[in-house]
Every structure is written in structure tokens, then in C-alpha cells.
Design a protein. Structure first.
Length: 380
């Protein structure tokens, strides 16, 4: 079962790590490994959401998502999108950006370093909004309850996350951006660039969120219609329509999943810029991670164990928040990639261990403990 589900992921991992060694030695090997772990950890909640929706689809649409979806996720968002980001921020053509990355790494590094403030501001705002919208939502399950309870109450204020993100952007533009790090150890005033890029990141997040909400509403409408049709068919003594269940609803599910995938892979790509500016290493690491996310989605669907480790989603979002702050700090200061990578790994590991402790506590009480007991048992 494990080999059947994760076989392709294991193969891609081996090929990717070998390619990294040939490309840049053991340093490149380490960076690719860190990026792979980060992509898996940051997208774990995406896999959980995917699995929850995917199990409702018929075999045909599941296969479409796990084939065409893989091509879009791995080759589209993880390979092409990093090139597009660099090309736009460094004002290069896509072909020129790829050519420089492969043939003139020093010049490419110069351009990316000089464009880093705009990349960091854009990505920092996008990631920060993901974190803020998560932390301000009132959830039944709380990991760091002492922190999440008061924040959930504050979250009732409309547009609070947008206001905080704009305040953080303003502070970053008048502190880090006025002395932004540039190639050769020099510094320049990039306040205007950071402001514009940060606002663009905020707008992008709102567009992606709007599209996700649109498809989610469409999905709910289709499910409502199907439910009404089933009830009408039952009253009339007729069989329910299998075409409807596999048609429009499945199509909207597929579109919704692709938008979600794009948004989650986007934060993975942006977060990767906090680890490395090398698009080859980025593509290898994120591609490996994307394969595991797909395999994990299949595994969760087949096993039906979506709720076993309830704090992992929290840990992933805290890691996203940490990456957002790190990106904004790197506008002026250089932070070693190992530190950046380990922050996410530590938070995910901590949330996983808290989930294990919670499960053990619930098992000891016969599985009927309430949420308050679960929070206490997690040690937070």
C-alpha cells in the first residue's frame, strides 16, 4: 500500500537529489532536501483539504485531478512560476531569465538580489494574509489556546487582517526598505518599490481568495441541487441521476481544487525565495515536495484518516507566518537558509507531537474527552 501510493514520489526524490548533487554538490543537495520538507509541511493542510473534496468525486475525476493536476502543480506552478516571478521582478524576458539562470549564475544572482526587496514584499504580504486569516478565525480545535482564543475574538472585527497587513507593510517600508540589501553588500532606498510590491501581493491574495470562495459557493450550490434532486427522485420512486453527481458538481470540485492548489503552491514558491534564489534548486525541491503532497492526498483518501493529527494545519500556518516575517526582514538583512528552513520544520514537528499527545490522552479517556481536555493534553 505504502509503496504503491508513494512509489512515484520516492523515484522523483531519488532523481531530484542526484540531479542536485551533480548541479551544485552537497550544498545543493541540502537546499533541495530542505525545500522538499518545507513544501510538504506547508502543503500538508492542502493535502487534507484535497482529500476531503477528492473522496466525493467519482473515479474518472479523481484520475483527472491526479494526472492533469500533477502536471499543473509540478510543471506549471513549481517550474514555470518561479521563472515568471524572477522575470517580472528583474524586468527580464522569460527565456532570458532561464538562460541566465543556467549559463550565467553570477549575473542572474546579481539581478535576483537587486530584485529581492520587491519579491520579499510581494511574498511576505501574501503569506502574512494567509496566516492572519487563519489565526483570526474562530476554530473548534485550538492548538495554542492561550493565544488563539483572544485572537479569534479580535477576528470578529471586519477587515482586521487587511489592516494589520497594511500596517506591517508600512512599517517594513520605512524601516527595512529604506536601507535594502543589494548586490555587492551595498544598500539602497527601496521604500516605494516595497510598498507597491506589497500592495500587489495583498491584491493577489484577495483575488485568489475570491476565486476560491466563488468555486466553493458554486460547489455548495451544486451539492444542494443534487440533494434536492435525490429527494424528489426518492419521493417519485425513481433512481437518482448518476450523471449529475459526476458532472457539474465534479467539474466545479475540480476547478475549486485547482484554485486551491495554485494558492498553496504559490505560497510554497514565494517561501522558497527565503531559502534560495536559484530557480533550478527551487524547481527540484518544490517538484519533489509537490509529488509527496499528491501521494499524501491519495493516501488520506484511501485510509480515511484525515483527522488523526489535528494540530498539523495549525503548525503549517504558523510556519507560513514565520516565513512571512523572515521574508520582510530579508529586505535589509541576510538570513541563512538553514535557519529559515528549520523554523518551518520545528513548528511542524511541534504541532505533530502535540497531535500525538492529544490522541494518546483521548485514547486514555476512552475517546470521549471534550475539546478543553484535548487542549490541556496537548501541553499548550
Amino acid at each position: 500500500m505504502l509503496l504503491k501510493t508513494f512509489g512515484w514520489s520516492f523515484a522523483v526524490t531519488a532523481l531530484g537529489l542526484v540531479a542536485a548533487v551533480f548541479y551544485g554538490g552537497w550544498t545543493a543537495f541540502g537546499i533541495v532536501a530542505i525545500l522538499s520538507v518545507l513544501e510538504i509541511s506547508l502543503s500538508f493542510d492542502n493535502a487534507v483539504i484535497n482529500a476531503g473534496i477528492l473522496k466525493k468525486m467519482n473515479a474518472f475525476w479523481q484520475k483527472i485531478f491526479l494526472t492533469i493536476g500533477v502536471l499543473i502543480a509540478v510543471f506549471g506552478m513549481r517550474l514555470v512560476f518561479p521563472v515568471v516571478i524572477v522575470a517580472v521582478s528583474a524586468q527580464l524576458g522569460p527565456i532570458e531569465a532561464v538562460d541566465l539562470a543556467l549559463t550565467d549564475k553570477d549575473r542572474y544572482q546579481e539581478l535576483v538580489t537587486d530584485a529581492h526587496p520587491s519579491i520579499a514584499a510581494f511574498g511576505g504580504m501574501f503569506l502574512l494574509m494567509i496566516f492572519l486569516d487563519f489565526i483570526f478565525e474562530d476554530r473548534d480545535i485550538k492548538w495554542l489556546a492561550w493565544l488563539e482564543r483572544p485572537l479569534a475574538k479580535l477576528g470578529k472585527v471586519d477587515m482586521l487582517s487587511v489592516c494589520i497587513a497594511l500596517i506591517v507593510l508600512l512599517i517594513s517600508s520605512i524601516t527595512f526598505a529604506t536601507n535594502a540589501h543589494q548586490h555587492g553588500g551595498t544598500h539602497a532606498d527601496k521604500a516605494e518599490t516595497v510598498l507597491l510590491a506589497g500592495i500587489a501581493g495583498l491584491i493577489t491574495y484577495m483575488i485568489v481568495g475570491g476565486l476560491s470562495g466563488f468555486f466553493e459557493d458554486k460547489l455548495e450550490e451544486e451539492e444542494e441541487r443534487e440533494h434536492e434532486a435525490e429527494e424528489a427522485a426518492a419521493r417519485a420512486g425513481k433512481p437518482k441521476s448518476a450523471v449529475a453527481l459526476a458532472g457539474k458538481a465534479a467539474f466545479f470540485m475540480f476547478l475549486y481544487l485547482e484554485v486551491l492548489d495554485a494558492s498553496f503552491s504559490f505560497d510554497g514558491v514565494i517561501g522558497a525565495f527565503a531559502v534560495t534564489n536559484d530557480i533550478v534548486l527551487m524547481a527540484l525541491g518544490l517538484g519533489i515536495g509537490a509529488m509527496y503532497v499528491r501521494s499524501l492526498t491519495v493516501y488520506l483518501v484511501r485510509q480515511g484518516t484525515l483527522d488523526d493529527y489535528v494540530y498539523l494545519e495549525h503548525g503549517a500556518h504558523y510556519a507560513i507566518g514565520a516565513l512571512a516575517i523572515i521574508l520582510l526582514v530579508t529586505i535589509q538583512y541576510q538570513i541563512h537558509e538553514l535557519i529559515t528552513g528549520l523554523v518551518g520544520v520545528v513548528l511542524i514537528g511541534w504541532s505533530f507531537w502535540s497531535s500525538v499527545r492529544r490522541n494518546r490522552a483521548l485514547a486514555a479517556t476512552g475517546g470521549d474527552g471534550d475539546q478543553e481536555k484535548a487542549e490541556v493534553s496537548s501541553g499548550v
